[in-house]
Design a protein around this ligand. Structure first.
Ligand code: BEZ
Length: 238
């Protein structure tokens, strides 16, 4: 495969180091992910400036920025538009757009200009079946060591659920801090899942109720309580 074709189809994967790049943004130049070492970061793309779904998303994300910051997570946006378009769009959002009770919203996180699509292609944000000229709505959760931990892609027409992005961040951090997994629709305060029994002996002792604090539905499916305050104390500001 020719090198430029390979670049076009490059899709980073969970567990890999986030591809490196330098970029111009609405908050100055960045060196990614080096500048974010020690923090979680959500790198996300949107199709185009001055479009309604993207506007609703930016207002929502900007309104939640402090909440993400409390969880030691920074936000970085990207579209394949130029810097002046980004600046003009963000100014319009602040000055003119009112949506769902949000108004006068200032987007303080960096928005990358990527006219060459270099970054978008590195991150598999250009998906030609959807569009050759616009990035899809990609979301990369990158941990403080620069490792990609979760990837979510949405098509152009579907605005993201930002409560879910926050929930996913808290769940990822909880899994790291407490060495557990989180079941469907988990939220802080819900029971968590402990790793499956790795031996017949452990399976038996769990079924015999010998491991304190566990509730086993079967030998492979055991949960335990994890207090909400304990979770939030650990995962916020860390
Ligand atoms: C929007 O953000 O409204 C949008 C962008 C690209 C295609 C369709 C909708």
């Amino acid at each position: 495969m020719e090198e430029n074709v390979q670049k076009q189809v490059s899709m980073p994967r969970i567990g890999e180091k986030a591809p490196e790049f330098k970029a111009v943004t609405t908050q100055g130049d960045i060196n990614f992910p080096a500048d974010y070492k020690g923090s979680w970061v959500i790198l996300f793309s949107h199709p185009a400036d001055f479009t309604p779904v993207c506007t609703s998303e930016f207002m929502t994300f900007a309104s939640m920025e402090d909440k993400f910051a409390e969880a030691n997570c920074k936000l970085v946006g990207l579209s394949v538009d130029g810097l002046y378009s980004h600046i003009a769009w963000l100014r319009t959002i602040k000055e003119k757009i009112e949506y769902k009770g949000m108004k006068n919203v200032e987007v303080k996180f960096p928005l990358i200009e990527d006219i060459t699509m270099e970054v978008a292609k590195k991150y598999g944000m250009i998906q030609p079946g959807e569009s050759n000229t616009k990035a899809v709505r990609a979301v990369f959760f990158i941990d403080p060591h620069g490792v990609i931990r979760t990837i979510i892609y949405y098509p152009l027409s579907l605005g993201r659920n930002f409560d879910e992005l926050y929930r996913a961040l808290i769940a990822l951090k909880t899994a790291d801090e407490f060495s557990v997994a989180t079941p469907a629709d988990w939220r802080p305060g819900d029971d968590v899942i402990i790793s499956p029994a790795g031996s017949c002996g452990t399976a038996q002792s769990r079924m015999d109720g010998k491991e304190e604090g566990l509730e086993c539905k079967d030998w492979f499916f055991c949960t335990k309580k994890l207090d909400k305050d304990q979770v939030l104390k650990k995962v916020l500001k860390k």
